[in-house]
Write a protein that binds this ligand. Structure first.
Ligand code: GLN
Length: 491
């Protein structure tokens, strides 16, 4: 049952071969018996109540395609009823009085919340090792990281603990964990999915999206996620291009004539050979499907790391100022005065990486350094976006390359080396800085350092609002390959 896709589960639910309560119970039992540390909070009663409501809706004939299907939410989307911690001690006991728009939309579609999944603290990280609640283990290899920050979301899909999961991507956090765990994920164009109730990390970059087994499933999930939300000031309207579309509609278009841009900067030094061969084999497969490969250049790729690691911490330092021990979340138990309370609260509540980013962010924004760092980074951000537009203008329709330079690394091996983590983001950051949609699909396996195989992801990047095209391309690939159907041993 748990190897089934959302599409398949939906058919079983609609034809009443399985009930939503049975399905939810099955997944909850699996989650409770699992040892990946993917889930942070469960509430069986609440989940089963949602499942019975879904069953009633199916019985009444008013169900939609997702009604009764279980979903796990990244613990950065606020949820009524389940705690929302953002992976931080700061919010260890926080319960939101309202649901994030994304959570609300899935609930209205009749989806059943299985629980909240683990992540890097405030979504800052590339390995899920920055969670205050312990790292997630990669279901393919317990010695490997699952990727981050949406490590819990990707691991939950890979271990078949949920058929669907929400995730967020600020600089790669949907694509990279999806790649490391051998599942499919898509980060939409910035502004298409509401950020309301998604705890802010870097507001000009944060974007929600789905992770599931297949592109077809991601299309079903995006159908509910995308659309204008008046409660998010950066949400794009339909007039601006954020049209609510049926992403399932064009999945079967042939790929004849598709021009795939292959950036030479994504295949240089630093790309592990096992990742490169799996990615090249996938590109060959696309040629067989009728596409052609064009070499392109994204010359500012190397600058994406310093640019992102100025802009993201700058925005984070501002966003995280709200955690001051006054309004909600952790408050130090002993302090002398207000200043002392702020200081102790934040020193106790935030982990090391979050503190590091707040310090870097505050530094690059301060008088005297603002022009040298922050303004400069904003200018380079524009140039990075221009690189993509130059490629899309006349050379290619989409861009493909690796998601990350290596397969998942060993747990602990980079835990004390923030720069090593940052460098691994080289292929995902530019897309985020430009606000473009990007996706990751499984295309093979590489070698773990000690153990067996670790998945490789192919990144597919499109121009603004090209989600339907990306999903079509990914679906065509998944029709002729079976990487997306593989599950780790014992699952
Ligand atoms: N790895 C990047 C970082 O640490 C991206 C994280 C994300 O996309 N949320 O900031």
């Amino acid at each position: 049952m748990h190897n089934k896709t959302i599409k398949e589960l939906s058919a079983l639910l609609q034809s009443k071969q399985v009930s939503s309560v049975e399905l939810a119970t099955h997944y909850l039992d699996r989650i409770e018996a699992s040892s990946h540390n993917a889930f942070l909070h469960l509430d069986r009663e609440r989940t089963l109540a949602q499942a019975s409501a879904a069953d009633a809706r199916i019985a009444a004939g008013s169900a939609g395609p997702l009604t009764g299907v279980p979903i796990a939410h990244k613990d950065i989307f606020v949820t009524r009823g389940w705690r929302t911690t953002a992976g931080s001690k700061m919010l260890a006991n926080y319960e939101s009085p309202f649901d994030a728009t994304v959570v609300d939309r899935f609930a209205k579609a009749g989806m059943v919340t299985l629980g909240k999944v683990n992540l890097d603290e405030f979504a800052m990280g590339s390995a899920n090792e920055n969670s205050a609640f312990g790292p997630v283990k990669n279901p393919w290899d317990p010695l490997a990281v699952p990727g981050g920050s949406s490590g819990g979301s990707a691991a939950a899909i890979a271990a078949r603990l949920a058929p669907a999961a929400t995730a967020t991507d600020t600089g790669g956090s949907i694509r990279q964990p999806a790649a490391f765990c051998g599942v499919t994920g898509i980060k939409p164009t910035y502004g298409r999915v509401s950020r309301f109730g998604m705890i802010a990390f870097a507001s000009s970059l944060d974007q929600g999206g789905p992770i599931a087994q297949t592109a077809e499933d991601c299309a079903l999930l995006l159908n509910e996620m995308i659309g204008f939300d008046e409660r998010d000031s950066t949400s794009l309207t339909a007039e601006q291009g954020n049209v609510v579309e049926d992403f399932s509609r064009d999945l079967n278009k042939p790929l004849n004539g598709l021009r795939i841009g292959v950036p030479k900067e994504y295949f240089g030094e630093g790309l592990a050979s096992d990742v490169e061969s799996a990615v090249r084999a996938a590109l060959d497969q696309f040629v067989k499907l009728g596409a052609s490969l064009v070499e392109i250049s994204l010359p500012k790729t190397a600058l994406s790391i310093p640019t992102y690691y100025i802009i993201a911490p700058a925005e984070a330092s501002s966003n995280l100022s709200r955690f001051d021990g006054v309004r909600y979340g952790h408050r130090a138990s002993e302090y002398k005065d207000l200043q002392d309370m702020y200081r102790k609260t934040r020193a106790e509540g935030f982990g090391r990486e979050v503190q590091r980013r707040i310090m870097v962010g505050t530094y690059v924004l301060c008088h005297g350094y603002y022009d040298a760092y922050y303004v400069q980074a904003q200018k380079i951000r524009r140039l990075i976006a221009d690189d993509f537009q130059a490629a899309f203008a006349d050379k290619c329709d989409v861009i493909m390359g690796p998601v990350a330079p290596t397969v998942a690394w060993d747990l602990g091996s980079k835990a004390n080396d923030p720069v090593a983590n940052y460098l691994a983001d080289i292929f995902t950051l530019s897309t985020s800085l430009a606000g473009l949609p990007g996706m990751s699909i499984p295309v093979g396996f590489g070698q773990g350092e000690k153990n067996g195989k670790r998945p490789v992801g192919l990144q597919i990047i499109g121009n603004y609002f090209a989600e339907a095209k990306l999903l079509n391309i990914a679906h065509q690939y998944q029709q002729v390959t079976d990487w997306h159907t593989r599950a780790p041993e014992g699952v």
